[in-house]
Write a protein that binds this ligand. Structure first.
Ligand code: PGA
Length: 251
């Protein structure tokens, strides 16, 4: 199996220019000798600043959202994939649970954004996950299967082979209550199996990230899961030290 671990930061709507500069300097200084791929997704307005600060360090920059529209046009407030690629982005997070819950992004919108990201040459990190209520009602697998089905129903194999999937149980995001390593591995194995039913080649190569209260002290145990290929990190990605510590835990 030749999947390279991916450690991705998601700053959400946090940070300012000074914080971006300090983070970039410290991550660039500490990035050598880390074998995992690293990525940081900051607010749109700071992406170029972060990339400049990182200089030649092998840390990718990405966006937290992308327009569903591919072509330029009258879409006030939107940023398309071509613009993101133009400023050096290689990734865009798509369908984060906050966007689904707060901005009404449906599975169909998430699939359209996934298509748009790949059309622009970006790697979309598509987020899926269940609420606490759904987990307690034993609906986790059904919810995730429906989210994966919707993606496969709308996107073609070329697009899907470029996708990263992040499993983010909503009850674990920003709560300090991570999924246990066993819970994460069980869901990741389920997801890979669901994908294998549709396309065995994609199932073998697709990166499945875990997200939800990943910290330096729980990262290594989470990464021990055979189907856990890295992490999508919110709060702990805001500081260079904790981001780098998590990346080191990925080997
Ligand atoms: P958290 O956020 O690490 O702060 O829980 C994860 C995410 O929302 O991607």
């Amino acid at each position: 199996m030749s999947r390279t671990m991916l450690i991705a930061g998601n700053w959400k709507m946090n940070g300012d220019a000074a914080q971006v500069d300090a983070f970039a300097r410290d991550v660039a200084a500490g990035a050598a000798n880390i074998s995992a791929d690293m990525l940081v997704c900051v607010p749109f307005v700071y992406i170029e600043r972060l990339a400049a600060g990182l200089g030649g360090a092998s840390v990718a920059v990405g966006a937290q959202n992308v327009a569903a529209e591919v072509e330029a046009g009258a879409f006030t407030g939107e940023v398309n994939g071509a613009m993101l690629a133009d400023i050096g982005c290689r990734y865009a997070i798509v369908g984060h649970s906050e966007r689904r819950a707060l901005y009404g992004e449906t599975d169909a919108v998430v699939a359209a954004k996934t298509d748009a990201a790949v059309a622009a040459g970006l790697t979309p990190i598509v987020c899926v996950g269940e609420t606490l209520e759904q987990r307690e009602a034993d609906q986790t697998e059904a919810v995730l299967a429906a989210q994966i089905d919707a993606l496969f129903a709308q996107c073609d194999a070329r697009t899907l082979s470029a996708v990263v999937i992040a499993y983010e149980p909503i009850w674990a995001i920003g709560t300090g209550r991570s999924a246990s390593p066993e819970q994460a591995q069980a869901v990741h194995a389920f997801l890979r199996g669901q994908i294998a039913d549709k396309d065995a080649t994609i199932a073998e190569s697709v990166l499945l990230l875990y997200g939800g209260s990943v910290k330096p002290d729980n990262a290594a145990a989470l990464f021990a899961g055979a189907d856990v290929d890295g992490a999508l990190i919110g709060g702990a990605s805001l500081k260079a030290d904790s981001f780098l510590d998590i990346a080191r835990a990925a080997g």
